[in-house]
Write a protein that binds this ligand. Sequence first.
Ligand code: ATP
Ligand code: MG
Length: 414
Amino acid sequence: MRVSKLFTKTLKNAPADEVAKNAQLLIRAGFVYKEMAGAYAYLPLGIRVLEKIKQIVREEMNAIDSNELIMTTLQRKEIWEKTGRWDNSVVDIWFKTHLQDNTEIALAWSHEEPIVEMMKQYVSSYKDLPISVYQFQNKMRNELRAKSGIMRGREFIMKDMYSFHTTKEDLDAYYERAIKAYKRVYDRLGVGDETYVTFASGGAFTKFSHEFQTICDAGEDMIYLHRGKNIAVNEEVIDDAVKELGIVKDEFEKVKTAESGNIFNFGTQKTDELGLYYTDKDGKKQSLWIGSYGVGITRMMGVIAEKMSDDKGLVWPVNIAPYMVYLVSIGEKGSAEADKLYEELTGMGIEVLYDDRDERPGAKFADAELLGIPYRVTVSDRLVESGEFELVQRVDSAQETLTHQALVARLKQL
Ligand code: ATP
Ligand code: MG
C-alpha cells in the first residue's frame, strides 16, 4: 500500500473528549474513527490489525474442532423470555426496538439463547454430539459508561463460541481444550506472559467461571495474583476463593487488569429452559451440557495498543502489525530506488506500507513511529550512492545499514 493512496491522515491531537490512551493513539494514527462514545469505525489500517487478531483466534478455534458461522444482530424477544433475560431488570444493557408491525425485537448483546434455539434444528441424537460453533460478531450493549476507548464499546466485536455435549465429563474435557486454545491465542497475540486464567464468579455447576485477565493499567478489573503459584482470582470472588480454594489473601498482590476473554459453563440449565434435548442410545430424552467461550476482539486490540506503545506512538507486535515494513523514500534517486524495492518486497509477499509522499523526512519518520510498524526501511539519495539501505526496528530503535542483499535476506526471515 502506498501512503499517497491511503485516505486516512495522521493527526497531531486526538479529539478533546477522548480520554483513553488506546483510542487517542488509534485515532491519531488513523486506525479508528470515533463515531460517538463507545462506537468506533475501523479504518483500513485498523481492519488489518483486527483481521490478524481474528485469524489467530480462528486458527486456534478451528484447531479444537469448532465450526465458524455468523448469527444475526436482530433477535427475537420470545427466545430471551424463555430464560427470563428479556427483562431490563435482569439484563440492563439491552438495545430494544420494534419492527414496523410493532413486533418487539432487540439488537444482540449476546448469542447464548439464540444459538441454543438454533441447535434445536440440528441436534436430535447423541450421534449429533459433541458440537462446537463460533463466530466473530458485533455485539450491541447499552453500556452505562464508555470511557475506555475501544476497550469498552457500545458496539464491539466479540468472538463467541458455544459447545454442546452429552455429558458433564465431555464438556469438562472440551473446556480444558478451550483453555489451552485460549492460552495459545494470547501467546500469539504477544500478551501470553501477562494474561492469567482467573477464577471469577458464575459457572452453573461449579462455584467459578474462568476469565482471561491481561495486566493493563487501563483495565477495569482488579485481580489478586500469585505469580509464583500462577493463581489469579478476580477481586469480586476473593472471599469465596479464600473459603473454597483455601488461598491466603496476604500472599497475593493486587493488579489492575482487563478482561480479555472468559469461559463459562451453563450446565444443562439453558437447554432445559429452551427445550433443546437429544435422545441417548436407549432412546431416552436427555438434556445437553453447554459451554460458552468469549474473546473481546476489539478489546484485545485496545489492550495491545495500551500496553505496546510509547511516547512516539504505537508499537505493534509482529504477529498483528498492519504492515511489517514502513518504507520511506527521500529525494529523487531515493524515490526511484524505493519504487523498485517496494515492488520487489511486495512481490515476495512482505507487507509494505510505502511512504511515497512528497513530505519532509522528519514527518515520514514521525508517522512511521506513530503507526507502530515493526520495521522502517529508508532509501535516500545519500544511501543510494553507497548502495545501502537503513533498517530501524520500532521496538528498540536499533539501527542497521545494510546492502540490498542483506536487507532482503533479513526481511525474508521475519
Ligand atoms: P465485562 O465484565 O468487561 O463487562 P462481560 O463479563 O460482560 O465483560 P462477556 O459478556 O462474557 O463479558 O463478553 C466476552 C468478552 O467480550 C469479554 O471477556 C470482553 O473481553 C469482551 N467484552 C465484553 N463487553 C465488552 C464491551 N462493552 N466492549 C468491548 N469488549 C467487551
Ligand atoms: Mg466480566
